[in-house]
Design a protein around this ligand. Structure first.
Ligand code: GAL
Length: 534
């Protein structure tokens, strides 16, 4: 039970100049890699930057979700995620009647009038080669058959968000390649409406028009044009409101106007709604379960009446055990308070939020996901001050742990840092197709914790093909070994092949389990399959 160093590691250490040994050793310790007696670190040269995700090949590689849901008659929009050299030509066999694929962009659009499941074979071809794989399109009643992936404006733009920022974010999602990995939602958070009683000429004014329709503030001159812009790139648009009279930042909410607001959001072309409790406490009339569920049931029933699909994201911070009923009125539900406001203790905030969220694993399923809040890496603003962005203070290893945990927990993968300042390291965290595959696995199971102490955490996620995603986390302050046995992972006796998911490399085979040395607050993320299986 040991991890095998990559075949290139010995050569890499021989090539390394002595002057670099010191920092390389330090990096190796951070990454939890073995350090040889001579002091030379056995580090793959590509890992010097801390980047573990191998670059995508020039040949086409189809990736992202393997299943997607749509309601009968609703507009369907799916940009086939694929990496590889452009131009690329896309084709599809087995599309249900009513859908068509643009061969140049790989964007599938249309409407389907009959319920049922189609197994579509997608193919992408470029000058270097081709790739094919299947996508199941389920025309039925359930949306978000895999956890939503995208970006949300909150943690970088706060009350500065605008139409221009949202359009740029859509462009950046395509330009950075995030869309090629399955990121698709471009979501405005709070502060797009009129701010109640504000004297600011851009934010203030009449909250609703003469017909009672909610008015965007002056930074959003034309919502419909904005969603069309986002849709034209094959992406989807989201927005935010509150069941209370005011949002958490003091902007106009939907209280008393739910039916009209749901219709307005659909007319504008939105595909995702975050519904944030905020000032609803003053209207709830009690703290019993029925009071907690009521506003979410109301907006859910209004969303069902619309002629387009709108994913419903409940945000009420985990009150009244929302994980036990959120799936009856929505597609994902925040299980905790705001990650950006969480006080980090010895461990960074994502660990405490993630561990709370992990307790509700049994409630996650296709169409209904526990939501531990956004991925706050790269450039992010200080939520306490709604401030400008600064670079995350999380170490590289902590960022690998963050993304690994969110993937294992089948959490919505919503990045909320600055799309304009995405660097290579941040993109390596967000865009590793094997890590994302764990998150998007169609079985829709959330990892369960099989071991947890002050020093270590082991999470195991069951996957559709019978394999397991396993995260070994070192919660301690120094490098340490963490192990898992196949029995703990729920695997029956036999020989299993272990693949390092971040590095996309096969490691050893074992009949008993796996052990790895891991740096401070870091992770080893592996996928374990019966040996001899693809
Ligand atoms: C909080 C919510 C955050 C953000 C903020 C906007 O209640 O949890 O995610 O939406 O409101 O004011």
């Amino acid at each position: 039970m040991n991890m095998t160093p990559s075949p290139t590691q010995g050569a890499a250490s021989r090539r390394r100049r002595p002057s670099t040994w010191c920092w390389v050793s330090l990096l190796a310790a951070l990454l939890g890699l073995p350090v040889s007696n001579s002091g030379a670190a056995e580090v793959d040269p590509a890992e010097d930057s801390g980047i573990l995700t191998p670059p995508a090949p020039a040949t086409p590689r189809l990736q992202g979700p393997r299943v997607t849901g749509v309601r009968k008659g609703s507009p369907f929009l799916h940009r086939v995620p694929a990496t590889g050299e452009r131009p690329m030509t896309f084709s599809a066999v087995g599309l249900p009647a009513g859908l068509g694929l643009d061969p140049k962009t790989g964007i599938i659009t249309g409407r389907v009038d009959q319920e049922g499941t189609s197994v579509v074979t997608l193919t992408a071809v470029n000058a270097q080669g081709r790739d094919s794989r299947t996508l199941r399109i389920v025309v039925g009643t359930t949306l978000a058959l895999t956890p939503p992936m995208g970006w949300n404006s909150w943690y970088i733009h706060y009350d500065r968000v605008s139409d221009r920022i949202m359009r740029e974010a859509a462009d950046q999602m395509v330009a950075t390649g995030m869309a090629d990995y399955g990121y698709e939602y471009v979501n405005i958070d709070d502060c797009w409406m009129v701010k109640v009683d504000s004297k600011d000429p851009e934010l203030g004014g009449e909250v609703r028009d003469a017909d009672g329709r909610l008015r965007p503030n002056r930074r959003f001159p034309d919502m419909r044009a904005m969603t069309e812009y986002i849709h034209a790139r094959g992406l989807k648009a989201g927005l935010y409101t509150s069941p209370g009279p005011k949002t958490c930042a003091g902007f106009a909410g939907s209280y008393g106007h739910e039916a009209l607001d749901a219709r307005t959001f659909a007319d504008w072309g939105f595909d995702f709604l975050k519904y944030d409790w905020c000032s609803y406490t003053e209207k709830a009339g009690g703290k019993e379960l029925e009071h907690m569920v009521k506003p979410y049931r109301l907006i859910w029933s209004e969303l069902q009446k619309q002629s387009r699909d709108i994913v419903h994201n409940l945000c009420q911070y985990g009150m009244a055990d929302v994980w036990t009923w959120g799936g009856t009125v929505g597609n994902c539900w925040r299980t905790t308070g705001d990650l950006g406001l969480e006080n980090a203790g010895r461990l960074p905030a994502f660990y405490s939020i993630g561990l709370s969220n992990a307790r509700h694993a049994e409630h996650a399923k296709p169409g209904g996901w526990n939501d531990p809040d956004y991925i706050l890496i790269g450039w992010v603003g200080n939520a306490h001050k709604m401030g400008e962005g600064t670079r995350t203070t999380l170490t590289p290893l902590e960022q690998y742990s963050y993304m690994s945990m969110w993937s294992l927990m089948a959490a919505p993968l919503i990045f909320s840092g600055d799309m304009a300042r995405l660097d290579a390291f941040t993109l390596n965290i967000l865009c590793n197709h094997e890590v994302i595959d764990l998150n998007q696995d169609p079985l829709g199971r959330q990892a369960r914790i099989v071991r947890k102490s002050e020093q270590e955490l082991v999470m195991v996620k069951e996957l559709e093909d019978g394999s397991r995603g396993i995260g070994l986390f070192n919660l301690g302050e120094a490098p340490a070994s963490v192990k898992v046995s196949w029995a703990e992972a729920g695997l029956s006796g036999g020989r299993y092949a272990i693949r390092d998911v971040w590095r996309q490399k096969d490691l050893v085979e074992s009949e008993s389990g796996f052990e790895s040395r891991i740096g401070r607050h870091g992770v080893r993320l592996v996928r374990v399959r019966a040996a001899g299986r693809p």
